[in-house]
Design a protein around this ligand. Structure first.
Ligand code: NAI
Length: 346
């Protein structure tokens, strides 16, 4: 059966970038002669205004059905908080892959000196369905003072599957893995991560393994990003480190992501949010969404050569066309739609 792709634009810049992402996907599938069943559904605020539900029941049914298929996928835009967290945990989309490779044409938009960007090719593997974000929440009052707590919690099996995922990707790439943790200050949780890594690395004798404190890693990603290949970490640190990586590339709008479940069901989305500051102005950069389509071609469609061709088209398009976030001083800027058209032309 051909893949089923559910397109969920969401709100803010979500619909703007996903419109372009879907057009690029359809263009590539058409050229490649690859079949797919594609349908689009409202979620988030537009759905809430119409139905009173952030994730309406019929959309949930369509997602359940796609998740049960061998090659189901979602192309997601952005929503303000609801319902992306629910989607991630409901479908166990535990492995969030965030590749970052600067395009030579865009070296000048990075805040880093060009020589620091030479050879940068990082894959952040972020655990996505556990950690403090899903931990037990409590609040109370003690002697008249309010207190609040949210527990950082990981189960061994949750750690093991993401560590394995990181090692597997490292083996297929440059064979270098960095586990990011905070075992000095949070010894039980990250002691578990380090124990699991020590066990699992035995199965990957060719992968060079190291670990870093999260604070040190934040600094090194800015100073020496080319030193890293695969970075595997928990939900919270992965969130922070991928924003740093986006900044290193020059714009958050460039960052794609794939979130994979154990069954192969996958959600593809740009790393940024609804960007209320630029929504509705045609200024949103669609390249993070187009990069997410590239990941979909690779993982869901099993079409790596078409994914490579799409990446090459993006590299060509940015030589001439720039949305405002990646334009240098004096560069002529283009709209979200124009950038998408330039990629299709290329
Ligand atoms: P944001 O990612 O929406 O925006 C941060 C900055 O990056 C803004 O200056 C924005 O203009 C810029 N930016 C983001 N994507 C861009 C693009 N494609 N092109 C050009 N510039 C881009 O983060 P913010 O403002 O903190 O959050 C806004 C809303 O989005 C919040 O409600 C947040 O909860 C939600 N959010 C949703 C996510 C999701 O649906 N997966 C992920 C992150 C945030």
């Amino acid at each position: 059966t051909p893949p089923t792709v559910l397109v969920l634009p969401g709100e803010g810049i979500g619909p703007e970038v996903v419109r372009v992402g879907r057009a690029v996907l359809e263009h590539v599938l058409d050229r490649a002669g690859l079949p797919a069943t594609i349908s689009e559904h409202a979620v988030g605020r537009p759905a809430y205004e119409r139905t009173g539900q952030w994730l309406p029941d019929p959309v949930r049914d369509a997602l359940d059905q796609a998740a049960a298929e061998p090659r189901g996928a979602v192309l997601f835009g952005a929503t303000a908080d609801e319902p992306i967290g629910e989607l991630r945990s409901r479908y166990d989309l535990y492995a969030n892959l965030r590749p970052a490779r600067p395009l030579p044409a865009l070296h000048a938009v990075s805040p880093l000196r060009p020589e620091r960007l030479e050879g940068v090719d990082v894959l952040i593997v972020r655990e996505l369905v556990s950690d403090v974000y899903y931990g037990r929440r409590r609040t109370g009052t003690d002697a008249g003072r309010r207190w609040a707590g949210q527990e950082m919690y990981y189960r061994e099996d949750e750690v093991r599957r993401i560590v394995r995922c990181g090692l597997g990707h490292a083996e297929a790439r440059r064979r270098h893995l960095t586990l990011v943790h905070k075992a000095n200050a949070i010894p039980d949780v990250f002691g578990l991560w380090l124990d699991v890594l020590a066990e699992e690395r035995a199965a990957y004798p060719h992968v060079d393994v190291q670990d870093r404190y999260a604070d040190t890693m934040a600094m090194e990603l800015v100073l020496r990003p080319a030193d890293f290949d695969v970075i595997v970490t928990g939900n919270l640190f992965g969130d922070l480190l991928s924003e740093i990586t986006g900044a290193v590339l020059g714009s958050l709008g460039l960052m794609p992501s794939a979130s994979l479940s154990p069954t192969g069901f996958a959600l593809y989305e740009p790393v940024g949010g609804t960007a209320p500051d630029i929504a509705g102005t045609g200024r949103a950069n669609p390249l993070g969404t187009i990069g997410s389509v590239e990941l979909m071609l690779r993982h869901t469609f099993g079409a790596p050569r078409w994914a490579d061709r799409l990446a090459a088209a993006v590299a060509l398009a940015v030589g001439l066309w720039r949305t405002p976030d990646i334009a240098g001083p004096g560069d002529k800027t283009c709209t979200t739609e124009e950038m998408g058209a330039a990629v299709c032309d290329a």
